[in-house]
Design a protein around this ligand. Structure first.
Ligand SMILES: [Zn+2]
Length: 389
């Protein structure tokens, strides 16, 4: 599926070093690793799709543009080698105009974070496709140039320890969205996998105010419920819960309860639906696929309205389920009693390209108007970015 609108010259990560000079690890195929699935549509709907994505910005609130190693057991050696590949061919085949691209690997220290940010920025600067972006207007200029605006995002701020000024450094180096806490508690607040969430700390309140002052958007996807509510209340600006789902649809800690979803929307924030393996499943779709993902979307849309919801699919290129198996310890302890079918990949959302074609395809096929589709694939995000940047 690639009515490509991007100017892509076939660049592969680190090609500026010369062919084959950059990694001893073979990397995975990108958007053709498994046989793709696209939501069926009529010819007329296909034309509508191309017009909608030509006329409107398509923005991911959260995806990992990285390519995993072909052999997933090489994961930690590949990370340690410090040259994580970006899936340029894969994203070039997508309809995306902008991505909040998570770039930090789990448990990253300050040194690792700066290394990864510098290495990804260097690679992107040579790619001719990804443009490091700092403001909402960069989305429109990238779209016009057939390129993709990349907003570096960091999953969680643990790398700053208890040093507030490191936020200014991250902003200066181009970070444009920052999660407060990942599954495990840090100096800022409680993580969602903890038995008890102590809420936002005093230092955490200072972090929120500093991020407001910097114009650095706050993400709360992996924070505990109390920490999330506290951050929403303390923040002078709207926040993002950019990649998650509804706990009423699927009863795990990784999902958010209705009161948290409403509090985010009431503060003018955006709730993003994700599709990482074994997250946004549902009781009617115990095997994770585009249908269960969109079930979460419709639940949240009905709960808080179409203006407060968008998508942060949290997908990547390569064996994402294999990655979860390799790093099971790093992931949330989801001690819920929801029973599900373990699948090798999420049908219809296996990678960022397939996912971002299927989201508008599903919406068209399910009778959504062009105006509402434009809102949830990027318009809502633009509105809130202009308030937070
Ligand atoms: Zn995440």
């Amino acid at each position: 599926m690639s009515a490509t609108k991007h100017r892509y010259n076939g660049y592969k990560s680190f090609d500026y070093l010369g062919p084959g000079r950059h990694s001893k690890f073979a990397v995975s195929k990108e958007d053709d690793r498994v046989s793709p699935f696209f939501v069926p549509m009529t010819e007329h709907q296909e034309e509508r799709l191309l017009k909608i994505i030509a006329d409107n910005p398509v923005i991911s609130l959260h995806d990992h543009l990285r390519v995993l190693p072909e052999n997933i057991t090489d994961l930690y050696g590949y990370y340690a080698a410090g040259r994580v590949h970006t899936g340029y061919a894969g994203i070039a085949s997508s309809p995306l105009d902008a991505v909040f691209g998570n770039q930090v690997l789990k448990g990253a220290s300050w040194e690792d974070t700066i290394h990864e940010l510098g290495m990804r920025s260097c690679d992107a600067a040579h790619s001719g496709l990804l443009v490091k972006a700092s403001g909402a207007d960069d989305i429109f200029s990238a779209k016009q140039d057939g390129k993709i605006a990349w907003f570096p995002m960091i999953e969680h701020a643990s790398c700053i320890g208890d040093e507030l000024d490191k936020l200014d450094v991250l902003y200066g180096l181009g970070v444009r969205m920052l999660g407060l806490v990942f599954s495990h508690t840090n100096a800022i607040g409680g993580g969602l996998s903890e038995a008890r969430d102590g809420g936002l700390t005093n230092f955490g309140a200072k972090v929120v105010s500093r991020m407001n002052a910097l114009g650095l958007p706050i993400d709360l996807s992996h924070a505990g419920d109390l920490t999330t509510m506290d951050a929403i209340n303390v923040s002078a600006k709207p926040v993002f819960i950019g990649h998650t789902g509804a706990r009423t649809v699927w009863g795990t800690k990784r999902m958010k309860p209705d009161d948290v979803i409403k509090a985010c929307a009431d503060k003018g924030g955006i709730f993003g639906i994700e599709a990482a393996p074994h997250t946004t499943m549902s009781r009617s779709h115990k095997e994770h696929d585009i249908e269960s993902v969109m079930e979460h979307f419709e639940y949240v849309k009905n709960l808080v309205g179409i203006d407060s919801v968008s998508f942060g699919p949290d997908t990547m290129f390569g064996d994402h389920v294999g990655l979860h198996r390799q790093s099971a310890a790093a992931y949330a302890d989801d001690s819920s009693d929801e029973k599900f079918v373990m699948s090798e990949y999420v049908r219809g959302c296996e990678n960022p390209s397939e996912t971002w074609w299927n989201i508008p395809r599903w919406l068209i096929a399910h009778g959504y108007s062009d105006e509402d589709i434009a809102k949830v694939i990027g318009g809502n995000v633009i509105r809130v970015l202009k308030e937070t940047f």
